[in-house]
Design a protein around this ligand. Sequence first.
Ligand code: A2P
Length: 276
Amino acid sequence: MTGSPELRLNDGGSLPQIGFGTWPLDDDQAARAVAEALRVGYRLVDTAARYENEAGVGRGIRASGLSRSEVILTTKIRGADHGYDSALRACEASLERLGTDYLDLYLIHWPLPAKDLYVETWRAFIRLKEEGRVRSIGVSNFQPTHIDRLVRETGVLPAVNQVEIHPDFSQPDLRRWLAAKGVVVESWSPLGRGELLDHSVIRRLAGKHGRAAAQVVLRWHLQLGLVAIPKSQNPERIRQNIDLLGFQLDEDDLAAMATLDGDHRLGGDPDTFYED
Ligand code: A2P
């Protein structure tokens, strides 16, 4: 059984709870994997200018045979393009590479507080939404202080914050804060880049439910009310990662999963991470 439940966004849109992640695929790998993902039921595809695979993602979507309106397409602005005018130009360049004339979701990839241009970038995002180039706007790797500042200076709350979340780094405080604000949380590296899948607790739960380890972890994201965007290049695993509806983790399972949280970040710290 495939397909995934949907979450309503604060701007009226919605996202399926399982999407397809494309980092670190190159153009050709992304084209193949995205076409396969759409074939087996994914409808949310996630890329970023920084991944340098937008052209491949666009090819994969066209190869799927689905119409553009059936696919929810996310990309993200890179650090070098922060700023009002440069953000408007960056969006056009992403649309061109993707071969489409609108985005469903556009995210500021990192806040880059040292650059201090994320508010200006956000003003450009607000305009892109008003002009219909982008359906929903959001952020990635933002801390509460960054989001508070966006709201204080522009009055517009992001629809989404995409952050690192997996059982070894479950960010309970940030999740609670975002839930209270009405911001949907997307988990990047939801499988902990695959490193977690051999853990004894996850293997035990996989055995108990007769499911793969990755399915247990993705079911955990679903039950926490998150959108997860696992990446895989392997057709069998691509299919497995969206086949999550026939079982449920019970309270004991969730308590066991909670013991895995080592507050262990795999990627950058949003307060200090810098990229162009
Ligand atoms: P592969 O592309 O060979 O399937 P994350 O999305 O957390 O960054 O994790 C991605 C990593 O997890 C990749 O190395 C991917 O490898 C691996 N992976 C993805 N899905 C599965 C799965 N169902 N079972 C095992 N490994 C997986």
